[in-house]
Design a protein around this ligand. Structure first.
Ligand SMILES: Cc1ncc(COP(=O)(O)O)c(C=O)c1O
Length: 436
């Protein structure tokens, strides 16, 4: 972060805090206020604390000061000496903040111009991030290999399910909701069993699955949440306050950055985010042929590094993601308002979605397609077959029915949603749809 913009310096003295420090740091990294720095002072720890702090340091997420054990006061003073912020926040290494802690403090300071604010509240972070497991597994392969079943939705891109099969696990499909593109929670409830190890909600079309309800369902069970965010860059969860951006609130989030996505590279690319330090460390190695250090291959990994040229492109495009998402939302609002035809049903999206696709349902799809073709209006199908209808899965899901997913496969049309579409083009499209 730009040092001239540091408002808060968050100082965390650390002495043998390997059991708690991850949660504390993550609760600060999850803040919805960005003008802060974290300074962790390692006060001569003899457990794993310094390794944990170093992994954050290497990712440029925190500063770390190392000193011989001198006690709490001295550790805080060392931190204060190096602080760049206008205000100092002293945090213990087992405290956990709610994600609006700093923004609330900031508003308070701006209103009251206080110099010192004493902290009489230690608010627990929404517990869902951490309650899921008794003890985090050592690594990702344990997570994936001990499990039996994983639950994605029946309407998604094939890759969501291929990844499960590639890990030698059994996918258990869940239907999507009626006129929805995301997991039907009631269905999910029925199908969760003792064998369920992971739930994989897909935020299809940019509409965000009901993560809050899913978290409730898996509370106190040893089930992980991995969300497929390939179509939802920049979307927020509904119903969580302060709002959580997709990619920040599950065990692992997977983003495709394929060129056609809301944030797309100029070739293939993707990212994974996680709040779990064990997954983080392992994933970093796996993507780089099992190594963090040159020629030291500790795992059998793969070459899955993000190509540098793609990273440059993505960094530039990232600056405009919010604008493009905003334009997509404006186009969607136009369709919502102006498509007025009883033969057309509209998919319901989550409140803070990002409209990767705008999808409608029509009974006589071929007729409408004919009209669109005639007017040279592009359209797509996402997807023309539900997962259980694909040749690759014939044996797997033999004779199973997922009626909402099948309805989308049969009746859906994805309308143009390119963020550069203009009003004239949108009017032409809606005219064709309303005349049909
Ligand atoms: C929902 C969903 N999941 C997974 C993927 C796979 O992404 P990639 O092709 O980048 O591996 C896609 C890409 O189209 C997708 O739309």
């Amino acid at each position: 972060m730009n040092s001239s913009k540091v408002f808060f310096s968050v100082i965390i003295p650390c002495f043998n805090v390997e059991d708690t420090i991850n949660k504390t740091i993550i609760s600060v990294l999850n803040q919805d206020f960005i003008q802060y720095e974290i300074i962790a002072v390692n006060d001569g720890s003899i457990d794993n604390t310094s390794e944990i702090l170093n992994s954050y340091y290497k990712s440029n997420l925190i500063k770390v000061l190392n000193q011989e054990n001198k006690g709490l006061g001295a550790a805080r003073n060392a931190g204060i000496k190096h602080a760049l912020g206008e205000y100092i926040c002293l945090l213990d290494a087992d405290d956990i903040w709610t994600s609006n802690k700093l923004s609330k403090l900031y508003s308070f300071i701006k209103k009251n111009s206080s110099k010192i604010i004493s902290n009489d509240e230690i608010i627990l972070e929404e517990k869902y991030l951490f309650y899921l497991r008794n003890k985090p597994p050592e690594n990702l392969s344990n997570l994936l290999l001990v499990g039996n079943t994983l639950s994605p939705s029946a309407m998604t891109y094939c890759s969501t399910v291929f990844s499960i099969i590639e890990a030698n696990l059994k996918p258990v499909l869940i239907d999507i909701g009626y006129l929805s593109s995301t997991l039907n929670i009631k269905e999910l409830k029925k199908k969760i069993s003792k064998k369920t190890k992971v739930i994989i909600p897909v935020h299809l079309y940019g509409s965000v699955a009901d993560l809050k309800e899913i978290r409730k369902l898996i509370k106190n069970r040893n089930i992980y949440l991995i969300d497929d965010c390939a179509q939802a860059h920049g979307a927020y969860e509904d119903g969580s306050k302060p709002y959580k951006k997709i990619g920040s609130g599950t065990d692992i989030s997977c983003f495709s950055l394929y060129p056609g996505k809301n944030l797309g590279a100029y070739g293939d690319a993707g990212i994974i985010t996680t709040n779990n330090i064990n997954f983080y460390k392992r994933l970093r190695k796996l993507r780089n042929l099992g190594s963090e250090e040159k020629f030291n291959h500790e795992l059998v990994g793969m070459n899955s590094r993000l190509d540098t040229i793609q990273a440059i492109v993505l960094n530039e495009k990232l600056k405009n993601l919010n604008i493009y998402n905003h334009n997509r939302n404006k186009i969607a609002k136009f369709y919502d308002k102006n498509i007025r035809n009883p033969k057309i049903q509209k998919i319901k999206y989550s409140k803070y979605c990002v409209y990767h696709q705008y999808v409608i349902l029509v009974e006589k799809r071929d007729r409408l397609i004919g009209l669109l073709d005639k007017k040279k209006i592009q359209y797509g199908f996402h997807y023309p077959k539900a997962i259980h209808q694909l040749g690759a899965f014939k044996k797997q899901f033999n004779k199973k029915r997922f009626k909402n997913a099948e309805k989308i496969a049969e009746n859906s049309i994805s309308l143009p949603i390119d963020p550069n579409l203009n009003r004239k083009q949108l009017k032409e499209i809606t005219q064709v749809l309303n005349k049909f």
